[in-house]
Write a protein that binds this ligand. Structure first.
Ligand code: KIV
Length: 296
């Protein structure tokens, strides 16, 4: 049996495992992963869910928000993550425009994430108003993760990235959204950018596991964007982000050290160079000497 770096046994995580975790009050861990390297790190550390979030539009591709990223761009990353993930449940985000309009198109796109990308579930943003579409995808045998609260694909409707569920009406709507998703049979529900009190009420009310981001500590699990976790985002992090490392500082230090060694002719050194076999070296010296003598 293989172990995580801190010696825990690793096991395959499925949608059933995360349901069991809720039942047993075991916290669910989730991180985004966008490529082979981050997938290996997340998986080998024993994180339950590797989410190929459409946040990769910003973190990996430099877009301003998540709206522009396409199914093909997402698939490119999902395939790379698939190659790096062994045990974690692999969830792929359906990008904006790939599931909002036509159920046939939604099923077609979700199927691509499973067949071509190797995803084990897809994530779709939206509550009550998205439930019919979500049901259709589940009926096509594809597990779906819901996502309510601050849904980044609705940034233009929300008028910015604002905490949701702050009025009684908004709380009521969020509860209806959560209950509708719960009844639709989603595998889990991401709760983003809502007051902890509301997230706690939702988590207690429904059977589906909730995974929070900016939703306080009372959700069944927590997710962070990988680049926020290790400081690779080039900006002021949101209030809910805890930075567990400074990869930007480490990488910058390594880049500067490389640059300075090259400029000072300190890299590569002899031990970092390949050498001719002794016989070839001797033969080469003989040839060079002969040429030199003939020229005289
Ligand atoms: O795209 C993403 O990374 C997400 C998580 C923040 C939940 O949707």
């Amino acid at each position: 049996m293989s172990l995580t770096p801190i010696g825990e046994p690793r096991r395959k995580i499925t949608t059933a495992t995360i349901r069991e975790k809720k039942l047993h009050h075991e916290p669910i861990t989730c991180l985004t992963a966008y490529d082979y390297a981050t997938a290996r790190l997340v998986d080998e550390a024993g994180i339950d869910i590797a989410l190929v979030g459409d946040s990769l539009a910003m973190t990996m591709l430099g877009y301003e928000n998540t709206l522009a990223v396409t199914v093909d761009e997402m698939l490119h990353h999902v395939k790379a993550v698939r190659r790096g993930v062994k045990d974690a449940l692999l969830i792929a985000d359906m990008p904006y425009g790939s599931y909002q309009v036509d159920p046939v198109e939604a099923i077609h796109n979700a199927t691509r994430f499973v067949k071509e990308g190797g995803a084990e579930a897809v994530k779709m943003e939206g509550g009550e108003k998205r439930v019919d579409m979500i049901r259709r995808v589940i009926d096509a045998e594809i597990p779906v993760a819901g996502h309510i609260g601050l849904t980044p694909q609705s940034v233009n409707i929300m008028g910015g990235y604002k905490v949701q569920g702050k009025t009684l009406n908004a709380i009521e709507q969020l509860m209806r959204d959560a209950v509708a998703l719960d009844r639709s049979g989603v595998a889990c529900i991401y709760l983003e950018g809502i007051p902890r009190e509301v997230a706690a009420m939702i988590t207690a009310e429904i059977e589906t596991p909730t995974i929070g981001i900016g939703a306080g500590p009372d959700c069944d699990g927590q997710v962070l964007v990988f680049h926020d976790l290790v400081n690779l985002t080039f900006g002021q992090p949101a209030k809910f982000v805890r930075r567990y490392g400074d990869a930007a500082a480490l990488m910058t230090q390594s880049i500067l050290a490389f640059k300075s060694d090259v400029v000072a002719h300190q890299f590569p050194n002899d031990a970092e160079s390949y050498h001719l076999p002794k016989e070839t070296q001797a033969a080469l010296e003989t040839v060079l000497l002969r040429k030199h003598t003939m020229r005289r």
